[in-house]
Design a protein around this ligand. Structure first.
Ligand code: TYM
Length: 346
């Protein structure tokens, strides 16, 4: 005979991810490397997708811009196919449990292991190490809290977030070991072929919203014309044959990756189609494909942005759903941490 608890329905596995609202728009790398996976996972997973505004304040920023960018981010995630009737879509600061858990996790994070985070090293190198904020340093601890507060199983991200998810796993295991089983140990979900989309002007560095020049960055707010032009001006490699070779032909490999991701066609299939043609042919064809894509993506985004009240409703419902899961996790963490439970009737 099964006991009652054995018979209780198993919960669906959970997926969780976030994307920072630190630029005027997300870019094609975010969409291909991350958002498409978010959307695909909503079928099978109970999903939590959010806009990490608390993370966005760890570098210099403008408060009014942040507010506007948060709405744009919400609209672009919806335009990407995040479905609020299936997944919780919310703003990080609306769920205070993230910051509360981050503080507790800070107590089990080593200064040394936090110092080894390469993204911190890269970002703090930009401003000069001493000018970097303490928030930027503890950023990965908050990210661990984002993930662990939902007992997430899978975290769909691009390659650049792998180390942060690894830290999250270590913190979960350490906490579980010291205080008893509390957290699900999550796994990164990184789709190798698209995990790193490169800058069109510099196909050895990743496409990034914080790049000074956006000549090599397709923003999801670009017009069809702008996007097509950026693709046509992409830096390509020496030689002239079109084949997929990351080491020898990083520029062409990047264009083929983007082509494949946006159309759903196999890279092999594309290589066969363009065999014997020149780089220019590939660029013109891809320019049209990406142009059409950003055009319809932009149309959908603008429609969504026109109804702020509806966006507010979606984000509020998402935060309510998120807190239903986050609050019990925080309660059990506080209990295991040895905090006295506040008694309303005391
Ligand atoms: P962020 O905001 O920099 O990027 C959002 C997502 O897009 C992916 N990405 C890329 N993928 C492929 N090619 C690229 N050129 C490219 N650029 C960005 C990122 O890997 C990411 O998946 N720390 C996170 C945000 C975050 C988070 C979390 C993520 C906060 N809390 C909890 C997951 C779980 C970040 O800065 O991503």
């Amino acid at each position: 005979m099964h006991s009652m608890s054995d018979a209780s329905p198993a919960r669906r596995p959970r997926a969780l991810s976030g994307a920072q609202p630190t630029a005027d728009s997300y870019h094609l790398g975010n969409y291909i490397g991350a958002f498409r996976q978010w959307v695909a996972l909503q079928e099978e997973f109970e999903a939590f997708y959010f806009i990490p505004d608390l993370h966005a304040i760890t570098v210099e920023y403008d408060p009014e811009l942040l507010r506007e960018r948060t709405y744009v981010a919400a609209a672009q995630l919806l335009a990407s196919g995040v479905d609020p009737s299936r997944s919780a879509l919310f703003v990080q600061s609306h769920v205070p449990e993230h910051a509360q858990l981050a503080w507790v996790l800070g107590g089990v994070t080593g200064f040394g292991e936090a110092s080894r985070m390469t993204q911190f090293k890269d970002k703090s190198a930009k401003s000069g190490h001493d000018a970097a904020s303490v928030g930027l340093f503890t950023y990965p601890v908050l990210m661990a809290a984002d993930i662990l507060i939902y007992q997430a199983d899978k975290v769909p991200v691009g390659e650049d977030q792998r180390q942060h998810v690894e830290l999250t796993r270590n913190l979960a295991q350490r906490f579980n070991h010291r205080f008893g089983p509390t957290f699900t140990v999550p796994e990164a979900h990184i789709v190798k072929q698209v995990a790193k989309i490169y800058d069109l002007q510099d196909p050895t560095s990743k496409m990034s919203g914080s790049s000074v020049s956006h000549a090599g960055v397709i923003d999801l707010t670009d017009t069809a014309k702008q996007a097509a032009k950026k693709i046509r001006s992409a830096v390509t490699d020496s030689g002239s044959d079109i084949r997929f070779d990351r080491a020898e032909k990083p520029g062409i490999a990047n264009l083929l990756t983007i082509f494949s991701a946006v159309t759903g066609r196999d890279v092999d299939d594309l290589v066969a189609e363009f065999e014997g043609q020149q780089y220019g042919h590939l660029k013109v064809a891809l320019g049209e494909v990406v142009g059409d894509f950003v055009q319809s993506f932009g149309d959908r985004t603008r429609e969504l942005l026109d109804d702020r009240a509806e966006l507010d409703r979606i984000l509020a419902a998402g935060a309510t759903r998120a807190r239903e899961v986050a609050a019990p996790t925080l309660a059990s963490v506080y209990e295991r941490s040895g905090f006295v439970v506040p008694r309303a009737d005391a």
